[in-house]
Design a protein around this ligand. Structure first.
Ligand SMILES: Cc1ncc(COP(=O)(O)O)c(C=O)c1O
Length: 495
């Protein structure tokens, strides 16, 4: 023991006695997260310059279209949610319900809900049960049951500090070492590849089918799986993001069945990231849990051993409360001994933020028909939903006007992920700067217009294809026109 410590100290001393890039966890260095990478940093610098009155830039505002952060881009919080939260944070306000009603327009259901939540959590400043407050898990179970038509058990629910912490928990439990692998869609939201990097586990990529509206091709997945297994990877799970990020795709019942078939045959845990479940424009959202339960009824036996973890969040949809960090995951079909380890794992972090948990409760249990806050809630909710849809299609139409840009029709989520075909001279110019061509394009776009998008390489894309991802959250259409104008000038310059 003494020898090891001495050796360690000597090593640290030889490295200058301080942490440096060569002695920190190499897996942290290896992890990549483009959504908040170089472009985002530069965009923030531009924002600060503009705020300081700098007039040297060729634009007067920065548009953060790089990240699904609705309230940064002017989406207003739903009043019912914030009214209840205000009472949870400051319960002394409940002592004067008359003032709440007359001066602030709080309805009785706001007051009742705050009291009910406080009766369970006592104070949002207190730790809760590590899986989340019981009353909140009951509401989530009811929500899932109403959504899917199949029951959910509050004991299988784990509230989280956003879906990200749920994903981290799940991957930490699933990956047991460097040979463990997880199938991840490409393009993907880089949380998955980054977390696998941190865990020193293997990402086994599978490509989504752009020409089929970014659907899944199970035969292609089987091939990737076989290759990974042949290379010695112990593939344990498959991630599906539905509706998709960055693709915006919404999966069909058939595509979901294909994944569940594969999971049943190959004994893969399914991680269904369903944070965009209310951001659906085309068709209806079908949860993996619902499809699994249907299949279990239709073909008794075949799907009994499927393990499914599905995630949801307050960050997206019409809620857009990503700064509050709330979410949950549901485990279906897991061995109780494994679930006990999941419980132990989350208990090491004590509990997810209690105010975030309360927002989950409000999201899954909004004011019902006939309740006093319903009308305003509905108006706000529908206004946000219609605005998102309108902006998605305005952007899609703009992309159709742009030479060399092809985009799938918006289906869901908060993003469009067009293909861009750039002239060879632009590709050469990118090479000269030692950059990927899509990164070069996005940097020039930012420099010229202040619009920050993310290059496709940040999410993964098929070889010899280029994309970028943009959210359609920013209000107005001025910024869309900025992209159109930049694009035509860029194409002309490198013709
Ligand atoms: C597919 C997907 N999953 C998870 C997250 C993270 O969500 P949360 O804010 O709940 O951690 C995001 C955020 O953009 C996402 O796009």
């Amino acid at each position: 023991m003494t020898v090891t410590l001495t050796a360690k100290r000597t090593l640290a001393a030889s490295a200058g006695g301080r942490l440096n890039l060569d002695n920190i966890n190499p897996h942290v260095k290896a992890a990549k997260y483009a959504v908040r990478g170089e472009l985002a940093v530069k965009a923030e610098e531009y924002r600060v310059k503009l705020a300081q009155g700098d007039k040297s830039l060729p634009f007067d505002s920065v548009i953060f279209a790089n990240i699904g952060n609705p309230q940064q881009l002017d989406q207003k919080p739903i009043s019912f949610f914030r009214q209840v939260l205000s009472l949870l944070e400051n319960p002394s306000l409940l002592e004067n319900p008359e003032a709440l009603r007359t001066s602030f327009g709080y309805q009785q259901d706001v007051i009742d809900r705050a009291k009910a939540l406080l009766a369970d959590v006592q104070s949002v400043g207190a730790y809760s049960h590590s899986q989340g407050a019981p009353i909140i898990r009951n509401s989530v179970a009811k929500f899932i049951e109403e959504r899917d038509g199949f029951p959910a058990n509050p004991q299988d629910l784990y509230l989280t500090g956003g879906a990200s912490s749920g994903v981290s928990t799940l991957l930490n439990i699933i990956c047991d070492g460097p040979s463990a692998g997880v199938l991840v869609p490409i393009p993907q939201y880089p949380l998955y590849t980054a977390t696998l990097s941190l865990l020193n586990a293997q990402c086994v990529p599978y490509h989504l089918e752009e020409h089929r509206a970014w659907g899944t091709d199970v035969n292609a997945i089987r091939e990737n799986l076989a290759q990974a297994k042949a290379a010695g990877t112990d593939v344990r799970a498959i991630v599906v993001i539905n509706p998709g990020n960055p693709t915006g795709a919404s999966l069909s019942a058939e595509d979901i069945k294909g994944v569940l078939d594969l999971a049943a045959e190959e004994k893969l845990v399914v991680i269904a990231d369903e944070v965009y479940q209310t951001n659906v424009f085309t068709g209806e959202f079908i949860s993996f849990k619902k499809r699994l339960r249907q299949l279990q009824q239709e073909v008794p036996g075949k799907y009994d051993n499927v393990e499914l973890a599905s995630l949801h969040s307050v960050s997206k949809g019409m809620v857009g409360e990503c700064g509050h960090r709330g979410g949950y995951f549901e485990l279906v079909g897991f061995d109780p001994e494994v679930a006990a380890q999941v419980y132990k794992y989350v208990s090491i972090m004590l509990c997810p933020p209690v105010i975030g948990q309360c927002l989950v409760e409000l999201m899954v249990n909004p004011p019902k028909e006939g309740e006093p806050s319903r009308a305003v809630y509905e108006k706000e909710y529908n206004g946000i939903r219609d605005g998102l849809r309108k902006r998605a299609f305005a952007l899609y139409e703009a992309f159709q006007r742009m030479e060399g840009v092809e985009c799938q029709e918006p289906q869901g989520a908060m993003y469009l992920f067009p293909t861009i075909t750039l002239p060879p001279k632009a590709v050469e110019a990118a090479k000269a700067e030692n950059r990927a061509a899509d990164e070069f394009y996005c940097l020039r776009l930012l420099d010229a217009t202040g619009v920050c998008v993310v290059p496709g390489s940040g999410f993964g894309q098929k070889e010899n294809t280029l994309h970028f991802r943009t959210t359609f959250l920013a209000p107005g259409t001025d910024w869309v026109e900025r992209i159109v104008k930049f694009h035509s000038e860029f194409m002309a310059k490198y013709k």
